[in-house]
Design a protein around this ligand. Structure first.
Ligand code: SAM
Length: 246
């Protein structure tokens, strides 16, 4: 059952998450648009704005964790100045392959590096990045506190981390509509487009299990981030979390 899937032991969970993203890698963008009604674009754009990328020629290094498809990386490169360099890290080779192909087509390969690795064990020295982002990725990581500590470790002093993730809808009326949509419509879209409803049941379950914005903000403080804040988006369907390494 899909409950068995979502309740998998930590070691097992990563394998199941990997299977899900292997199945959907090539149609990933289309799925995002269908399932969020295009809203993921506005949410991602809000996150990229909050990075505070320099428009000037000042050098700036961004790490996007769980960013294999390059979605956040391309937005950041389009917004920032010519000396912005992005590293996109993902655990999944299929997602990275999609991103690398797109980067080559857009002739962005020299400013964008793809790295295969685990959010729980980032393959970078301490204090190497000006900002670290993760969009709709932290939910899938088995040991979230550890991933947050790793994000902080690789940040330079004064650098910021931004975590964009589904959150808890707290708007009366919207919550019921949202439940109906996510439990009925999303698995059906998954079956129609990707040929399989099961990964999307897992997706919906994992969203249900993810903590609300205040609880997640506390987890960021626990990991050592300071000046932590959370901004709900679209009535709490998603939330953008910000924290600094001081
Ligand atoms: N950031 C992109 C976006 O917003 O469209 C992709 C988000 S996708 C829902 C989640 C990504 O997290 C997948 O590419 C998956 O391979 C990756 N992922 C899952 N577990 C991971 C881990 N432990 N370390 C790094 N990436 C991971």
């Amino acid at each position: 059952t899909h409950f068995g899937f979502a309740n998998a032991a930590p070691g097992e969970k990563q394998g199941l998450v990997d299977d899900v993203f292997h199945k959907v890698a090539s149609r990933y963008d289309l799925m995002n648009d269908l399932m969020s009604g295009g809203l993921h674009r506005a949410w991602k754009s809000a996150m990229v704005t909050a990075i505070g990328l320099p428009r000037s020629a000042r050098a700036f290094r961004l790490l996007d964790v769980a960013g294999g498809t390059g979605d956040i990386a391309f937005r950041a490169l389009a917004r920032g100045g010519a000396a912005v360099a992005v590293t996109a890290l993902d655990i999944n080779g299929a997602m990275l392959a999609v991103g690398a192909e797109r980067a080559a087509k857009r002739r962005l390969s020299d400013r964008l590096t793809f790295v295969q690795g685990n959010a729980e064990d980032l393959p970078f020295p301490e204090k190497s990045f000006d900002a670290v982002t993760i969009a709709f990725g932290i939910r899938n990581v088995p040991d979230i506190p550890r991933a947050l500590r790793e994000m902080r470790r690789v940040l330079k002093l004064g650098g910021r981390a931004l975590v964009l993730e589904f959150s808890k809808v707290d708007t009366p009326g919207l919550d019921r509509l949202y439940d109906a949509f996510s439990f009925n419509v999303i698995p059906r879209i998954g079956k129609a487009v990707a040929g399989d409803a099961e990964p999307y049941r897992y997706l919906v379950e994992s969203i249900r299990r993810f903590p609300d914005a205040e609880t997640f903000a506390d987890m960021m403080r626990e990991a050592g981030f300071e000046q932590v804040s959370a901004t709900p988006m679209t009535g709490g369907v998603a939330a953008l979390h910000l924290g600094f390494r001081i």
